[in-house]
Design a protein around this ligand. Structure first.
Ligand code: NBP
Length: 491
């Protein structure tokens, strides 16, 4: 893996590095080390030179690195056409780096933004770079700092010719599951960052569902953190097996050195967020796609943040009279099934959103491939994704994963338990927004005829918005406040 120092020095010629990374905070540094570990000569740069020097001192011996103090040196170190990975803080810093690089680059060079950029920014940057003859890629990288170093899930979007030039490097550094690298060209323009956004949104839903299960196991089943840790460890051996369930067991099992009690009991119950869940929810609203799991997860974090208000409300707003205790054993199994069914819904919604976005943007997303590259390296990696990959392999284009026999049956099997959990939580006054909204989505989705006929009637009453009839073509309006007769308005 590591190259001897003498070989590193031999690579420090101008124009020799196959790729460059600018931005050497935790993600950029680890990505650069991962690339170097594959024997790829690489140039590294950071705005603050001290960080580059520190990086070279600590890791320069690990591979064929060229540490550049200035952007000019950095660009000069790269072979042509140049390929530059930008791994700086998302937002304005990315535009700043692109602006600084542009005059130093030649036509056909490639700029790759590997940070968590919002996909409309990627679309804009693609056009701006193209105006200067530069090729641009926006790639999603998931897996945190460890993933970046040891093998992330990579979601590259953008210019296909640029991808062809970096494919070998990217697939070599990605996580590998069953011999398949967790990296595939997602689509043009902002497609890579879009898919990364939905990945993060699904991560929000997964985490919220786990938190709701923990809340129920604590406040309805009456279990303490170590007991719940053991339950999650057990759950991680079945259908729920995943990185997030695995680390939930570890977090719950951790003893606090200061108090001697569970660490989780002394962590402040205010969830923070960096915005990708909100982006996913806003995009779903704009697409008109029901995305209850992820959106409720974002709202739940917002509610958690109102700590002072919640403190005041806890002594003012009454809850239900405590009912008879549940049989803990059957409750634990019910919660497991409710968690699984709600998870199926969250993924079904996320994949339906990607399908809609693919159609709206002409991205031609291969959703089975997305499930495939999320099986390893990323935060939502899970056995479950094999089921989704298999579903796409077998059925091709899928409107909603709930309609695939495996998931149809899984949810049907779990639904009695799921309903009992929602009822029990409601009776006991425990908030389960993701569990209950997922069940409502399921019940709404499986209805041939819902109550929106009344919504249309009301809209026509107060705003003459018209309605369609079940027994005739066309748009109709009733003269509600006049003679009560119906008129056809479209012909
Ligand atoms: P940060 O997001 O903390 O950004 C720090 C880096 O940005 C430093 O190299 C800093 O240079 C550079 N930078 C800033 Br701030 N403003 C700059 C500017 N105007 N011009 C040039 N450079 C600038 O780093 P990170 O946590 O390594 O994340 C990098 C990207 O990867 C982000 O988009 C992040 O959302 C994404 N990401 C992070 C994770 C994770 O687990 N942390 C996971 C997946 C994706 P300086 O040293 O001179 O201040």
């Amino acid at each position: 893996m590591s190259k001897p120092a003498s070989e590193s020095s031999a690579q420090r010629e101008a124009g020799q590095s196959r790729i460059g990374v600018t931005g050497l905070a935790v993600m950029g540094a680890n990505l650069a080390r991962n690339i170097a570990s594959r024997g790829v000569p690489i140039a590294v740069h950071n705005r603050t030179t001290a960080r580059t020097k520190e990086f070279m001192e600590e890791h320069g011996h690990e591979g064929a690195f060229t540490g550049a103090e200035t952007l000019e040196e950095f660009v000069a170190a790269l072979e042509k056409p140049r390929r530059i990975i930008v791994m700086v803080k998302a937002g304005k810093p990315v535009d700043g780096v692109i602006a600084d690089l542009t005059p130093l680059l030649d036509e056909g060079d490639v700029i790759i933004d590997a940070g968590n950029s919002h996909f409309p920014d990627t679309v804009r940057r693609t056009e701006e770079c193209a105006a200067h003859g530069l090729r641009f890629m926006g790639i999603g990288v998931s897996g945190g700092e460890e993933g970046a170093l040891l093998g992330p899930s990579i979601m590259p979007g953008g210019d296909p010719s640029a991808y062809a030039e970096v494919e070998e490097i990217l697939t070599s550094i990605a996580a590998v599951v069953d011999g398949t690298p967790c990296c595939v060209h997602v689509g043009p323009g902002g497609a890579g960052h879009y898919v990364k956004m939905v990945h993060n949104g699904i991560e929000y839903a997964d985490i919220q569902l786990i938190a709701e299960a923990y809340d129920l196991l604590t406040h309805v089943a009456g279990l303490d953190a170590p007991a719940i840790a053991a339950i999650f460890e057990e759950w991680n051996t079945g259908d729920l097996e995943s990185f997030l369930i695995e680390i939930t067991a570890k977090v719950l099992a951790k003893t606090d050195a200061k108090t001697g009690g569970p660490l989780v009991d002394v962590i402040v119950d205010q969830a923070e967020q960096k915005g990708t869940g909100t982006w996913t929810a806003i995009d779903a609203l704009e697409l008109g796609i029901p995305l209850t799991g992820i959106t409720e997860a974002v709202f739940a974090r917002g509610l958690s943040a109102l700590r002072d208000e919640r403190k005041a409300a806890s002594t003012t707003l009454g809850g239900p009279t405590p009912g008879a205790g549940e049989n803990p054993e059957s409750l634990v199994e019910d919660i497991r099934q409710a968690l699984y069914a709600s998870k199926v819904v969250a993924y079904a919604q996320g994949f339906a959103q990607m399908r809609a976005a693919s159609e709206a943007n002409d991205w031609d997303l291969d959703l089975g491939a997305m499930a495939t590259i999320w099986r390893g390296g990323c935060i939502i990696r899970a056995q479950f994704l094999n089921r989704i990959r298999d579903a796409y392999a077998e059925h091709g284009d899928i409107e909603n994963l709930l309609m695939v026999p495996y998931f149809t049956e899984a949810v049907a099997d779990a639904q009695d338990a799921w309903r009992r959990v929602v009822v029990t939580a409601t009776e006991q006054g425990v908030a389960i927004p993701a569990f209950s909204s997922s069940l409502s989505y399921y019940d709404g989705y499986r209805r041939e005829r819902g109550p929106a006929n009344l919504i249309q009637g009301l809209r026509d009453f107060f705003g003459a918005h018209t309605y369609r009839r079940t027994d005739a073509e066309g748009a109709f309006h009733t003269r509600w406040s006049q003679d009560g007769t119906e008129v056809r308005t479209d012909g």
